[in-house]
Design a protein around this ligand. Sequence first.
Ligand SMILES: Nc1nc2c(ncn2[C@@H]2O[C@H](COP(=O)(O)OP(=O)(O)O)[C@@H](O)[C@H]2O)c(=O)[nH]1
Ligand SMILES: [Mg+2]
Length: 324
Amino acid sequence: MKNLAKEILNGSISAAAELIRKVEEGCRDANDDLQALYPYTGRAYILGITGLPGSGKSTIANLLIKHYRDKGMSVGVVAVDPSSPVSSGAILGDRVRMIEHSKDREVFIKSLATRGWYGGLSGSAARIINILDAMGKDVIILETVGVGQTEVSIMNFAHTTVLVLVPEMGDYVQTIKAGVLEIGDIFVINKTDKRDPGELLVNMQSLLRNQDSAGGKALWKQQIFLTSAAAGSGFDSLTGAIDGHRKYFEEFKKTDYLIKRADQELKDEIYSYFAGYFMRRLNEDKNYGKFIKQICSRQKDPYSISQEFIAKILGIKDGSLQEK
Ligand SMILES: Nc1nc2c(ncn2[C@@H]2O[C@H](COP(=O)(O)OP(=O)(O)O)[C@@H](O)[C@H]2O)c(=O)[nH]1
Ligand SMILES: [Mg+2]
């Protein structure tokens, strides 16, 4: 058997790519290598960039790659975009946006689609982050579309989260109000070259002020930056704030983070193991066709069939899965 973990620790990029591919495909034989790599993880700084599709996350990620490379740091990127399973449009988009770095050995970019892998997206992202971390990447940029539970749970892996907004998103901000504040440590209003950010800026500022007066003395003061990523403007203050948050994080947040991350990783692993296992068993079950017919004809219902099926697989008495 190939020892991918050892090769990765010796700097092999192709071994990392191979292990990442195994993780994406849900191969169970990736586990030995992941286990061997785990002691070498926990060193990278993980920077989350979240926001709706098209807000400019990949463009900002590209500028940040350059920023960190100029400082001599190595960079990994994990872009999670569930929005384009068919055309792979966003994935191509990420590549195009970051293409100038594709020949740099110190930059590793991975786009992840959600397709075909039960409940395991957050889990796969975590595994891939760990592989990049063990490769010795100094910074890992984690790009996700900031909607939905999966993306929120992926963000548990980030040390610092930047939420990217665009001026025309005033309504989005109004709808989720306080929710916006929970997502980001730092806020960016991007595409300010295209539209006046005034109204959104005022809304955001008032949300932050309300929070200040309600929440007492927060140690980290959330800030808003105006950028035009396409032109590269507004970047110095943004990167300054990211560095500032990193220092704050190291001092005040690290313990909480480690607990939250461990909790997320463990639950993701158990969840995706069981989801994958039960789906495989269901697809292989000789009665699968019968189950479907019974449900279609209303002879039986999906609730009792799934209970009976799970009970059979676990070898326990039918019905004992009911919560007391
Ligand atoms: N005018 C303008 N266009 C931008 C800006 N930032 C990104 N874009 C463009 O918006 C589109 C979506 O950007 P992308 O980074 O892929 O967004 P993502 O989906 O959030 O990753 C691309 O065509 C970018 O070139 C900006 O500041 N101003
Ligand atoms: Mg993108």
